[in-house]
Every structure is written in structure tokens, then in C-alpha cells.
Design a protein around this ligand. Structure first.
Ligand code: CMP
Length: 135
């Protein structure tokens, strides 16, 4: 049965800074994702705090929000079958040191903070996150 989903993907400042936008977009396309919408933006710290509010009790919350707002990012709506789980597979583990061979974070990630890409973790959060950037 088909299960077409949409998910939100972010190319984070560390990857934008290293001119990896086209390489990362190509990886998505080569893995059967359609990029329905995309834009390069820079968000404020307040916007980052809103975006990552599920993490507001975590010790890394402040650094995380500082970081996401520290430079340009690319936000994209990706679509394919099982987009949410397929994107998470393609990204690899949050910590690049633990990410599997061939994944985006293994290939490009620098550290757990500078891990190059973000992807929604559930259908519910995908809707919220897509709405956050594209509405
Ligand atoms: P991301 O998928 O964007 O979601 C939250 C981010 O918090 C995560 O990627 C990491 O970059 C960052 N982060 C920093 N420290 C941690 C940690 N200890 N556990 C999980 N995420 C962390």
C-alpha cells in the first residue's frame, strides 16, 4: 500500500557554510525524494526557540537555538513514500560519530550540534514544522 508523506528538512548553518546545499539536495533527489518547496533563510533566535520548543527542557536547548539562528539555512518540504522514516534513515544518527556509513550526518556532520541536517521525527511534527516555515 502506498504511504506518500511529506516531511520538513533543514540544511543547517554548518552545511550551508561549506557550500553543501546542492550536494545534499542531489542526495535527496537520488533517494527518490521530491523537493516540493525550498527556501534559503536566516531565522532569529526567538524563531529557533519556537521551532525547537519540544527541546526546551534540555540542557542543550540554548546552544541549539543560538546555533540554528547563527547563519543561513535551507528549509525544504520533501515528499516520497514513508518520507519521515526514509529521511531519518538517510540522515543517520543524531551524533555524526554514531551515524551509519553512507548517511548524510556520517558524511557531512561535524558534531552533535553541527550535524548538517534536521528532519521531522513524526507525522504530527512534520505537519507542525512544515507549517512553521511554509504558511
Ligand atoms: P536535530 O535533529 O535538529 O534536533 C535537535 C538537535 O539538538 C539535534 O538535531 C542536535 O543537533 C542537537 N543536540 C545537541 N545535543 C544533543 C543531545 N545530547 N541529544 C540530542 N540532540 C542534541
Amino acid at each position: 500500500m502506498s504511504n506518500l508523506e511529506q516531511t520538513l528538512s533543514i540544511i543547517k548553518p554548518d552545511a550551508v557554510e561549506r557550500n553543501l546545499i546542492e550536494e545534499i539536495k542531489s542526495t535527496f533527489k537520488n533517494n527518490n525524494f521530491k523537493i516540493l518547496k525550498d527556501k534559503k533563510i536566516q531565522i532569529t533566535k526567538t524563531e529557533a526557540e519556537e521551532f525547537y520548543k519540544v527541546h526546551q527542557t534540555k540542557p542543550f536547548y540554548n546552544d541549539l537555538c543560538e546555533y540554528l539562528s547563527s547563519g543561513p539555512i535551507v528549509v525544504m518540504i520533501l515528499e516520497r513514500e514513508n518520507a519521515i522514516s526514509e529521511n531519518r534513515k538517510l540522515m543517520g544518527a543524531t551524533d555524526p560519530k554514531k551515524a551509519e556509513e553512507g548517511t548524510l550526518r556520517k558524511k557531512y556532520g561535524i558534531s552533535i550540534d553541527r550535524n548538517s541536517v534536521h528532519g521531522s521525527d513524526s507525522i504530527e511534527n512534520a505537519k507542525i514544522e512544515i507549517n512553521f516555515f511554509f504558511s
